[in-house]
Write a protein that binds this ligand. Structure first.
Ligand code: AMP
Ligand code: MN
Ligand code: MN
Length: 335
């Protein structure tokens, strides 16, 4: 970690125009780590553009949780933004390069790239890789970077970083929350960040269309070999007027079922691809199944995207999960 941070420090020296990118269909950590780093680098005198293929999700469009959200652009290569080009690209919260989607233009291939991430499935695709799967969030890694380099953290950066930490840990409810992380959160709150704002405006909020969709998806719930799962076809989404978005809140809810070790949601997208979201109960791991299917994630929360019809995708993922779970239960039983 400290070697990677030193390498980042050297790479940053003399580089002025910096492009920050995060993953498609961004969550609170993608936007929070990206905007947090934007504030920090600007305070270090850099010119920074933050871009995301899909923009900022509705619940994060609030100054109380993601100050600077209005500045996230879709296409960083528009001439007025790109100017004479970028000196450095930084990918945040992405386990592989394709996960940046269209925000990463092939024209950036010659520009040095730094990869800051906490997914266990990270492919170390950067010239410098600040990757730690033990970190709660990418926002925590950005905090570590600022701390190691002695950068002051102002109230806006503090809020963005706290939003990343709180959304990725579901407000400090998961296994990798350490005393050290609580210390980081305390420092960010002392710098001006609000914990209540993230809980109230992001974690505990959703629109009626989403609640309607969850109702339909839950009505179709199935339980097979301790896998609790459901599928969301386009027709179901249309019935609720629900826009395409991550249903990670529903997956988190489902994995609480005492009869299940894994929760699975398959979502048919308008372009025909199928998004797969998986969650594991304590002691189980879905990251390797996601990686084997071309996706990635964490042991307890992972996903992938499949180019198959919904029914075929369901069968493929269920088969892979059943095999992986049988193996994990078997390994557990061995002395
Ligand atoms: P989600 O179920 O969408 O909240 O995603 C859970 C975790 O899996 C997150 O950490 C994502 O970064 C990761 N993930 C989800 N979908 C993909 C994908 N298509 N490719 C790589 N990682 C993914
Ligand atoms: Mn993320
Ligand atoms: Mn994350």
């Amino acid at each position: 970690m400290s070697t990677a941070i030193d390498a980042f420090d050297s790479l940053l020296a003399g580089r002025q125009r910096i492009l920050l990118l995060s993953h498609v269909n961004p969550d609170g950590d993608a936007i929070g780590s990206q905007l947090g780093l934007k504030w920090l680098l600007e305070a270090q005198g850099r010119q920074v553009i933050a871009a995301n293929q899909d923009g900022v999700p509705v619940l994060l469009r609030a100054d109380q949780v993601a100050p600077g959200w209005q500045e996230v652009v879709h296409n960083p290569m528009k001439p007025k933004r790109r100017g004479n080009g970028y000196d450095l690209v930084i990918a945040l919260d992405c386990s592989d390069l394709p996960r940046l989607g269209k925000a990463y233009s092939p024209a950036l291939a010659a520009t040095p790239l730094v990869n800051i991430d906490h997914h266990i499935t990270n492919l170390h695709f950067g010239a410098v890789n600040i990757v730690d799967p033990a970190a709660s969030s990418t926002a925590e890694l950005v905090w570590r970077l600022a701390d190691a380099l002695g950068w002051p953290i102002g109230p806006q950066a503090a809020q963005c970083l706290l939003t990343g930490i709180v959304t990725d840990t579901r407000s400090f409810r998961v296994g990798h929350v350490t005393p050290g992380l609580l210390g980081v959160a305390q420092q960010l709150m002392e710098a001006g960040a609000s914990l209540a704002a993230v809980n109230e405006l992001v974690l505990e909020r959703r629109d009626v269309d989403t609640i309607c969709l969850w109702g339909h998806a839950l009505a179709e719930l199935r339980l097979e070999e301790r896998i609790i799962w459901t599928a969301i076809p386009q027709t179901m989404r249309a019935r609720c007027n629900s826009v395409e978005q991550s249903d990670s809140g529903l997956a988190n809810f489902m994995v609480g079922a005492v009869e299940a070790d894994v929760a699975l949601i398959l979502t048919e997208r308008a372009d025909g691809l199928v998004d797969v979201g998986m969650r594991a109960a304590p002691g189980f791991d879905v990251a390797q199944v996601a990686l084997a299917l071309g996706g990635g994630g964490h042991p307890r929360a992972a996903g992938c995207t499949l180019a198959l019809p919904l029914e075929a995708a369901s069968q493929q993922v269920l088969a892979a999960l059943k095999a992986a779970l049988a193996q994990q239960r078997h390994a557990e039983q061995r002395p």
